[in-house]
Ligand binder design. Structure first.
Ligand SMILES: NC(=O)c1ccc[n+]([C@@H]2O[C@H](COP(=O)([O-])OP(=O)(O)OC[C@H]3O[C@@H](n4cnc5c(N)ncnc54)[C@H](O)[C@@H]3O)[C@@H](O)[C@H]2O)c1
Ligand SMILES: [Zn+2]
Length: 364
């Protein structure tokens, strides 16, 4: 078991990573202030882990909310069952919400915690690789709008993050790969060394070698914790963590939430950022090939899929991207690479080159 710290002064919190953490009651008691707890999970995760979570919080007055499973339910209305439960039980400001699940449950529960009585505590128990390496850390919470991903939300940090890596044993292969996309992201943004390690260990990760997974999760969380501590509200360097996301969110929105998984869309989006970086001469073709090979070896898509006959045109890409959160004063900002393991944010790219990249990846 290892413990990392997200250093945010009074709001600092630990990320505990290890096997079998759901069996250890002593881990959570320091982070629950009141007597009331609401565990939020979904209908897929409940049969697998709800009993363990209930045992973990058996010393508290504990209610459960089981939401339907899917990105398509990550909506403003979708969080109402959580608020209803809190209201019906007259839970006060000392209540603790517990997010037991992947990034969807984490984002929704965190957002409910941010707005109920103007903010109550919450604990993240991430059960997907994506949530363990990324979404459970850093306090970004929220829901989707039909016109844009994560457009409704709040920064609200958890009290602690408990990443029990044994929960990953029940995750299906496609979801594991989706999580690997965010792991690869950390390497591309700022660590050539980690990129080399990933290239050498991708088959072990795909085979769920516990030591390889533990190392990848630890590296990713350490990196994210440092970035969040330095720039909690994304005034600067935290934006780099959005590599591939402006493109990726456009793909997710265009194809219909849940059809292309977030991690899959990010993988394609990162390749689009790489393509645009090559067109500017910032990185060369050999680097592009290495990155494409790594993404392929993680069993991730390298082209936009056509799902339910839905195709994305260049114009649609442009329109969806212009509604992105990284548009400031009408100017689109993109995260691009200047070498393998080093990235920067720029509004100073050539729009014609962007259109060329979009043409390569557009499907209709
Ligand atoms: N807040 C952030 O900083 C941040 C960062 C990255 C992604 N996100 C968000 O996270 C979401 C994606 O998260 P995700 O990839 O975890 O998807 P998800 O939450 O939809 O989980 C994926 C699937 O795996 C199932 N599942 C979860 N844990 C399981 C387990 N242990 N065993 C078997 N099945 C399990 C879920 O029920 C679901 O069907 C997106 O909405 C994305 O926008 C947020
Ligand atoms: Zn992401």
């Amino acid at each position: 078991m290892i413990t990392l710290n997200v250093d945010l002064g009074e709001r600092s919190y630990p990320i505990v990573i290890g096997r079998g953490l759901l069996n250890d009651k002593s881990l959570i008691s320091p982070y629950v202030i009141g007597k009331q707890v609401v565990i939020v999970t979904n209908e897929t995760i409940a049969p697998l882990y709800l009993d363990k979570a209930l045992a973990l919080f058996s010393a508290y007055q504990c209610e459960t909310v089981i939401l339907p499973d899917g990105e398509v339910y990550k909506t403003y209305d979708g969080i109402m069952p959580i608020i209803d439960c809190l209201m019906e039980n007259q839970f006060d400001r000392r209540v603790t919400l517990v997010a037991l699940g992947g990034g969807v449950i984490g984002d929704m529960t965190g957002y409910a915690a941010a707005i109920y009585r103007r903010g109550v505590n919450f604990i993240q128990i991430p059960t997907t690789l994506l949530a363990q390496v990324d979404s459970s850390v850093g306090g970004k919470t929220g829901v989707n709008h039909p016109l844009g991903k994560n457009m409704i939300g709040a920064f609200h940090q958890p009290q602690c993050v408990l990443a029990d890596t044994s929960t990953l044993n029940t995750l299906d292969d496609r979801q594991l790969s989706a999580g690997l996309a965010e792991v690869i992201k950390y390497a591309l943004i700022n660590s050539r060394e980690f990129f080399v390690w990933l290239s050498q260990n991708m088959s072990a990760l795909i085979d769920r070698d516990p030591d390889a997974l533990a190392y990848a999760i630890e590296f990713s969380c350490r990196d994210k914790a440092d970035v969040v501590a330095a720039d909690e509200k994304e005034a600067g360097q935290r934006a780099l963590l959005n590599l591939g996301h402006t493109f990726g969110h456009a793909i997710e929105t265009a194809l219909g939430y849940g059809n292309c998984l977030h991690g899959e869309a990010v993988a394609i989006g990162m390749l689009m950022a790489v393509d645009l970086s090559v067109r500017h001469g910032w990185i060369d073709n050999s680097v592009q090939q290495q990155i494409t090979a790594l993404i392929k070896s993680a069993n991730l898509p390298v082209r936009v899929p056509i799902i339910n006959n839905v195709k994305i045109s260049v114009e649609q890409f442009m329109e969806l991207m212009s509604g992105d959160k990284k548009v400031l004063d009408g100017q689109l900002h993109l995260i691009l690479l200047n070498t393998l393991g080093s990235s920067f944010i720029s509004a100073d790219f050539d729009v014609d080159k962007l259109k060329q990249t979009l043409e390569v990846f557009a499907t209709g």
